[in-house]
Design a protein around this ligand. Structure first.
Ligand SMILES: [Zn+2]
Ligand SMILES: [Zn+2]
Length: 227
């Protein structure tokens, strides 16, 4: 081989080497650039990831809060459900009691009405009895007045009778001439009785006739009597 050929070869190699070096540099630059880009992208991704983590963390916290709230709400709901159930039972009891009370009120009203009727009947009866009592009292007053009148009449009649009897007795016992002195003597001819004074006067005046019947009599016909 000749020198020129070697040189030419060398030059040619050299040129190739130069060419490779440039290429390498370019590739390196490109890779570097790509590396930068990737780093930047990595950084962005990291940043984004961080942000996502934070969001996730916030989401978790929120979720926990929601869960806690849900648990609380659930508990409250259970509590409410129990309360509602209890209230429903109370309402049921109250309804039963109300029904019973209505029934009791109903029977009480019936009883009250019956009592009112009885009271009205008793009042009517009482009024009737009062009326009868008044009538009886009036009748009693009438009878009492009649009895009093009769008693009064009877007393008057009795007095009159007694007075008549006294008068009759006096007429029997007293002298029929003077109507004053008692009968003391009898005229034995006719058995008429007179007082001694009137008969003695008759004998003295010589008008010797019985003052009762006119029968003549003498001194011997006059006798004393003891009544
Ligand atoms: Zn006489
Ligand atoms: Zn006589």
């Amino acid at each position: 081989m000749c020198t020129s050929m070697v040189t030419a070869a060398a030059l040619g190699l050299g040129g190739l080497l130069v060419s490779d070096s440039v290429k390498t540099k370019q590739a390196s630059a490109s890779l570097l650039s790509e590396k930068h880009l990737l780093q930047k992208q990595l950084h962005q991704v990291n940043s984004s990831l961080e942000s996502s983590k934070q969001k996730l963390s916030r989401g978790e916290e929120q979720m926990k809060a929601y869960v806690a709230q849900a648990i609380k709400t659930s508990s409250e709901n259970r509590h409410h459900a129990i309360t509602i159930e209890k209230t429903l039972l109370e309402v049921s009891d109250a309804e039963k009691e109300l029904k019973w009370l209505r029934s009791a009120v109903g029977s009480s009203e019936k009883e009250y009405e019956q009592n009112q009727k009885k009271i009205a009947e008793l009042r009517t009866e009482l009024e009737r009895e009062r009326s009868e009592k008044r009538k009886l009292e009036e009748a009693y007053e009438e009878v009492k007045n009649e009895v009093m009148e009769l008693t009064s009449e009877n007393e008057e009649a009795t007095i009159q009778k007694l007075q008549d009897e006294i008068k009759d007795s006096k007429a029997i016992l007293k002298c029929g001439v003077c109507f004053d002195r008692p009968k003391e003597v009898v005229i034995t001819k006719c058995f008429h009785l007179f007082c001694s004074t009137c008969i003695q006067r008759n004998l003295e005046l010589r008008h010797r006739k019985c003052p009762g019947c006119g029968t003549p009599f003498g001194q011997n016909d006059v006798r004393e009597v003891k009544i």
